[in-house]
Design a protein around this ligand. Structure first.
Ligand code: GLV
Length: 309
């Protein structure tokens, strides 16, 4: 009864080591080592080749190696009965929160501009903004978004959030539903996107929604590249409606060399590094879900396949 890792993106060895450490009695192998597909009960996946899971008749559960499950959900050939789970990890959430803070402070202090001026040996001061000047809006207030919101609030920012559903009561103002989206967008200086990618949220950051942000607002995208309509973002930056954007995620990764984002003066690019899963931190919850799955028990961090997250 194996736990099999399906990923060509992540280095497999640290994962095998961490999983064997957390569950010494469990056989953990890479997909290249599978001898009998009937024995595979649990898959750990990141960007698997689409369509493969229907070849595993006894597969009970697929776990994402990260917080996002869009790379699993976009496979139309996953049999109905297979459960999908994701990672919710305090370290991952805190890493995202710290990265959101770093990008926000970079924007407030104009550090990117100084590093550019350094490359031209130019000494030129400009005034900065303060935390107390800034209203941050977090789009997506699930486990991660909520953590980021509370962290930024604890740093002194004024924070609000937006989510699709009413959700739980929060210590910050939380807007919900599409009828409250304009009110949310109209009231912030920095928008941080942490939404899951679903057919509904694809392209949610477009000319219409970005246009509802106040003049000079700044965008930070830590969700997925497909949340943004790229040409609309460029239009909003070129017109000066948005003052800039920090983008960590892209429709195609690595970002193709000929993409207009690379050379845009108002865009800062990072290579999808906001939070990188630490195998040792998440292995215990994966092993726990493995045990629950093979015993037909309820799973941790179960994805609602209808909702897509
Ligand atoms: C990273 O993007 C993740 O989904 O964990």
């Amino acid at each position: 009864m194996s736990l099999v890792i399906f990923s060509n993106v992540h280095k497999i060895q640290p994962w095998i080591y961490a999983l064997k450490n957390a569950g010494p009695d469990i056989e953990v192998i890479s997909h290249e080592e599978i001898k009998d597909k009937n024995k595979v009960k649990f898959a750990l996946s990141w960007d698997h080749p689409k369509g493969i899971f229907k070849e595993y008749p006894n597969l009970k559960c697929i776990s994402s190696m990260g917080a996002g499950v869009d790379h699993i959900m976009n496979d139309p050939d996953i049999p109905e009965q297979i459960k999908i789970v994701r990672i919710i990890d305090p370290l991952l959430s805190q890493d995202l929160a710290e990265f959101a803070l770093a990008l926000t402070m970079n924007h407030l202090r104009g550090l990117g501009k100084y590093f550019y001026l350094q490359s031209r040996k130019t000494w030129k001061k400009s005034m900065y903004k303060r935390i107390s000047d800034i209203k941050i809006g977090i789009m997506g207030t699930g486990a991660i978004g909520n953590h980021v919101a509370l962290f930024l609030q604890s740093c002194g920012f004024s924070v609000s959030g937006w989510g699709k559903n009413p959700g739980k009561q929060t210590n910050y103002k939380r807007y919900h539903g599409y009828e409250q989206l304009d009110g949310f967008l109209g009231n912030i200086n920095i928008l941080i996107c942490l939404l899951p990618l679903t057919p509904e949220t694809k392209g949610i950051l477009n000319r219409k929604t970005l246009g509802k942000l106040p003049q000079g607002a700044y965008l930070i995208n830590l969700g997925r590249g497909l949340h943004i309509v790229d040409k609309d973002l460029i239009e909003m930056l070129d017109s000066g409606h948005l003052s800039g954007a920090s983008l960590d995620v892209f429709e195609h990764e690595p970002l193709p060399a000929d993409h207009a984002f690379w050379a845009h003066p108002a865009i800062q690019i990072t290579p999808h590094v906001a939070s990188l899963t630490t195998p040792a931190s998440v292995a215990p919850q994966i092993i726990e879900n493995y045990r629950r799955a093979i015993n037909n028990q309820s799973l941790l961090n179960l994805v609602n396949r209808e909702q897509g997250y």
